[in-house]
Design a protein around this ligand. Structure first.
Ligand SMILES: Cc1cc2nc3c(=O)[nH]c(=O)nc-3n(C[C@H](O)[C@H](O)[C@H](O)COP(=O)(O)O)c2cc1C
Length: 197
């Protein structure tokens, strides 16, 4: 039987009129039917994410006093074995909301498997994803190679948020979830071993 792991799916776009929740809903269905995960969704639009970070860098103070409106987010990513970011591309990068959410945390990301679902215009969020891989390297998280990408998503989803041709994205999600599960399982075991610093 497949070991059930805790997966947090994060909607990273917070702007008015955003498309992100449609993609998150689609992906959450894929993750729930995968069978290997207990899935929790979390929306950065509902998280208090000030840009003013704590005075001490996270290496010196990994558990700073955080705003009360961030507590649920901190708890969910802290307890997760794996995290999937649903991320659009803004100016060839990721939204500042997810950078703030990342920078407010430290140990919560370490040793976790991270997957991506990207969407945007022509690039399908790939530049946002590649930028996030670099950030997560610094946090000792493992970003999984496989991903889901929706280039020109507005041509792919109908007005009810359903995909015109769901088979290929569903297959990409299943492959990515398999790999996220494999890495998360390995890393969950590894996290119990103290790491040399
Ligand atoms: C500030 C801004 C910058 C954008 N830059 C890019 C870009 O560099 N490449 C791209 O493919 N799409 C770009 N787009 C299009 C977005 O990916 C698209 O609007 C998408 O719907 C954004 O996700 P959201 O609706 O969930 O916020 C940009 C959109 C915004 C608002």
């Amino acid at each position: 039987m497949t070991e059930r792991l805790r997966l947090a799916v994060i909607t990273t776009s917070v702007r008015d009129g955003r498309f992100g929740p449609v993609v998150t809903e689609w992906f959450t269905d894929q993750a729930a039917s995968h069978g290997g995960f207990d899935v929790t969704t979390i929306d950065l639009a509902e998280v208090d994410l000030p840009h003013e970070l704590p005075a001490a860098p996270p290496l010196f103070e990994p558990h700073p006093v955080r705003p009360a409106g961030m507590a649920e987010f901190t708890r969910v990513i802290g307890e997760a074995d794996a995290i999937v970011l649903v991320v659009p591309e803004y100016n060839r990068s990721y939204p500042s909301s997810i950078k703030a959410a990342i920078d407010w945390h430290f140990t919560e990301w370490a040793g976790k498997a991270i997957g991506f679902v990207g969407y945007s215009g022509g690039s399908g969020g790939l530049l946002a994803i590649e930028g996030l891989r670099q950030v997560f390297n610094e946090l000792d998280a493992h970003t999984v190679r496989e991903y889901v990408s929706f280039p020109r998503y507005y041509l792919l989803f109908d007005e009810n948020g359903k995909l015109h041709a769901p088979e290929e994205p569903a297959a990409a999600a299943a492959t990515m979830l398999d790999r996220v599960h494999w890495w998360a399982s390995a890393l969950t075991a590894a996290r119990s071993v103290p790491i040399a610093v």
